[in-house]
Design a protein. Sequence first.
Length: 48
Amino acid sequence: MYNLFLARAKTLALWGGIEATLFGLAFRAYRQPMSNYTQRPLAQRASS
């Protein structure tokens, strides 16, 4: 039973770390758009 709990905890920790990493990268990319990609604001980019 302990091994099952340990395996479950490892799996949840692994997926939690992966999701946190991906969310952090996405949030950082959203907060700091690439300046060499476009200079237009997000609203103008979405409407065009």
